[in-house]
Design a binder for this molecule. Sequence first.
Ligand SMILES: Nc1ncnc2c1ncn2[C@@H]1O[C@H](COP(=O)(O)OP(=O)(O)OP(=O)(O)O)[C@@H](O)[C@H]1O
Length: 501
Amino acid sequence: MRTTTNGSRWVDPAPLEVARPRLPWWTMLPTWVKWIAAPFALVWVTCWLLFHLVRVIYRYPLVIITAVLVGWLDWKAGHWTLAFVLAGVALVLLLWWRLHRSSFERFALPEARTEYRRMSVYACQWRTVMRLSDLAKTSRGKEYRPKLGRVRSEGWRDRVRVTMIKGQAPEQWERHASGLAHSFKAQSCRVRVRRPGRLELDLVHRDPLVRPFGVPALTEDATAVDLKRLTVGRTETGRPWRIKLLGTHLLTVGATGAGKGSLLWSIIWALAPLVRSGAVRLVGIDPKGGMELGQAPEVFQRVVYDNGPDAVALLEEIAATVKERASRYRGRLRSWTPATGDPFILLVVDELADVIAYQSDKQLRERASRAVQAITSQGRAPGVCVLGLLQDPRKEVVSFRHLFSTRIAMRLDEKAQVDMVLGDGVRERGATAQEISENTPGVAWVKEDGRREPVRARAFHVTDGDLDELVTYVTGVPTQRADVLAFPDRRENEREGGEVA
Ligand SMILES: Nc1ncnc2c1ncn2[C@@H]1O[C@H](COP(=O)(O)OP(=O)(O)OP(=O)(O)O)[C@@H](O)[C@H]1O
């Protein structure tokens, strides 16, 4: 409201807005109630402090023990003795690190690293990152923030446990994974559900699969080979990468040079004792004219090197075997076992799309599709497994995807291809196959039906020498690769010719 006084103009000030101090509700209680409640409050506060003290000791045992010991020694023996002891401990640690690095990294480093990273990275930035990533919520003036749980630092990754706030879903965290990785200075962040309301974040700092792994020695003991646990490489956690062939089919997709061949040969390498004994029979189709399977055709019972009538006939033959076995086992057996006397059949199709999608003859294409569908849908129980390899996950092939219960994505070109191969939502859980480097062939993301989390692994590197050894092992006949002769040097020939002349 404007008022004029003696010709001068002035403006009314805005009403004074001062927040009235809000006192906690219990201050309003009558004094006698406060006296009665005081001992209970004291006990509660003591328990709360004790709980937090225990939690700090549990989370930082090394720091607390070191601090207590240092304080005690300084108090009892003085500064010089403390300095002398600290120098001695540092020397012992240095010697341990120099002389036996593996045990040092296994026993001494993890706890120190975990406590350091928890303190310096997660504990001090958690609140800010949660707020800025919109993962904390405020309701009626109260802030609800996801709780930071146990942290384990493994050098190449930090595993961070989180308790979500009410109403939150893992998908919200998956959407913020990239932001979380950048905030905590990691290369990537994967979100895993531990149990309802609890998550584990994998904040990855470096790739433990950069170096290739050679194949293990071939075993003489065929009984040691388990068709449900064939070791074909190593996972990023350092464990063996185990693949199941019995009761499943495998689809492996990867761009050219992604290392599909190494996975194929790693599987055959692991199967070698059973192939030699005849308990496993390998059959193959290689429409690329033998570029892949032609490297060791001796280990196959039968291989076809095109996608024509022979390939289709082979597929139909196997489909017929599946049907014949199924009718024989019906009522007697639930599924194939070695005791049936029938060999386990592994059908390898190197470029599945060439057989069921790119074949120009419509009739052949349809026959091949029908046979592959029959084998994949009914072959699991009768002991027939299909290993389909593919460069380009086209629609025609992806429509078969659900029949392959183990799907493996090696390096792919696009995000959409990862979804096509592994299924929706798996990429958001961390399976970023489009980010696999060209320098790490053999690295793959594996998704098995019934397992929510995809696994990252690298197949063994099977060299030409290994393939020779494999053929010799299976056939018992030493292989001799053709010698590659140097191209004749024209100048040399001319010189020699000149000299003779
Ligand atoms: N597991 C591995 N570790 C190290 N190097 C590998 C591995 N697998 C493959 N390589 C190397 O990568 C190159 C390509 O591998 P490979 O031929 O198996 O790829 P591919 O996916 O089968 O390619 P294409 O589809 O063109 O046949 C080869 O030179 C091979 O030596």
